[in-house]
Write a protein that binds this ligand. Structure first.
Ligand code: SF4
Ligand code: SF4
Ligand code: SF4
Length: 284
């Protein structure tokens, strides 16, 4: 049943949005995401502990085309933060805002940063980079995310102030479809190039998430109240430190498990790496 839960949630959300907003695409996007996560959980369950992460990496890769090809190229809808600012400025409650509401604002109240661990189209590529290390990122580098957030907010606002007719960029206006594609290509291209450079420079696949991603700062707010969390299983921790060393987000997992309480960090992306690596099964 646990394996099918993501698919069930995807079907319910897709149906709810389809019947309230009237667009058939919702009934493809959300069930697809749910099915990919269910597939990832199924693959993980078949693997030995050391290889269970493959299930999640396959799921995140399988989800990416729904955002990049179906929504980005076919529907010409850019889901990036910059486009969200345009839509908010236009007062249009569009698919971009639905994505933000479900995946990045309300969803994290339940599954924290699970979107980052299982569905982000930027991370989908990063997860498969040939980088074996997982070097910790210096703590003070996290503040650069604020600069990227500022840039993501200011760039569209500067375009608006300089007279760019952002309403033309809306997907529902036929003249705006090309604008969407340009913002999509340039924005995602910049994110991918920056993310790959940072990953190799810092010896960490998720360096972009720790240093640059502006969206992470938004998600961290609701994720503090997440219902689903990494927590101690009740089996005693032997203090080997492998969970903390292997965490892609540099969370001090060992300290949380040893305290006997659920992990509070809003950096956790629910990837499950700590659980898979724990030699005694102290993490659930
Ligand atoms: S932090 Fe940003 S780039 Fe990283 S997984 Fe989350 S949304 Fe994607
Ligand atoms: S704490 Fe565990 S589940 Fe969370 S990001 Fe780190 S390794 Fe992944
Ligand atoms: S991997 Fe398991 S045993 Fe080792 S420090 Fe982490 S919780 Fe404790």
């Amino acid at each position: 049943m646990r394996l099918f839960l993501p698919l069930l949630i995807g079907l319910l959300v897709g149906a709810l949005l389809y019947f309230t907003k009237g667009w058939w695409g919702f009934f493809i996007i959300f069930p697809w995401i749910g099915a990919c996560i269910a597939l990832g959980l199924f693959i993980a369950a078949q693997k030995p502990k050391a290889k269970r992460d493959q299930g999640r990496r396959i799921a995140i890769l399988a989800i990416a085309p729904i955002f990049l090809i179906f929504l980005g190229i076919y529907q010409r809808e850019n889901l990036q933060l910059e486009q969200t600012v345009f839509y908010l400025a236009a007062g249009a409650f569009s698919r971009v805002l639905i994505h933000y509401t479900v995946a990045k604002v309300l969803g994290p109240l339940i599954w924290g940063r699970g979107f980052c661990g299982w569905a982000c189209w930027t991370a989908a590529i990063l997860e498969w980079l040939p980088i074996q290390e997982n070097r910790p990122i210096p703590k003070n580098h996290a503040r650069f995310r604020w600069l990227f957030l500022l840039a993501s907010l200011l760039i569209p606002l500067l375009f608006i102030w300089s007279g760019y007719d952002y309403r033309q960029a809306q997907i529902y206006e036929s003249g705006g479809k090309f604008d969407q594609l340009v913002w999509f290509a340039v924005g995602n291209g910049f994110y991918y190039i920056t993310a790959i450079i940072l990953a190799f420079r810092f010896g960490k696949k998720r360096a972009f998430c720790k240093i640059a991603c502006p969206v992470s700062l938004i998600m961290k707010i609701p994720a503090q109240y997440a219902r689903i969390r990494i927590r101690p299983s009740g089996i005693s921790c032997i203090g080997c430190g492998q969970c903390s060393r292997n965490c892609p987000m540099d969370v001090d997992v060992m300290a949380a498990i040893r305290s006997g309480k659920p992990l509070q960090s809003a950096e956790c992306i629910l990837c499950g790496a700590c659980r898979h690596i724990c030699p005694v099964g102290a993490i659930q």
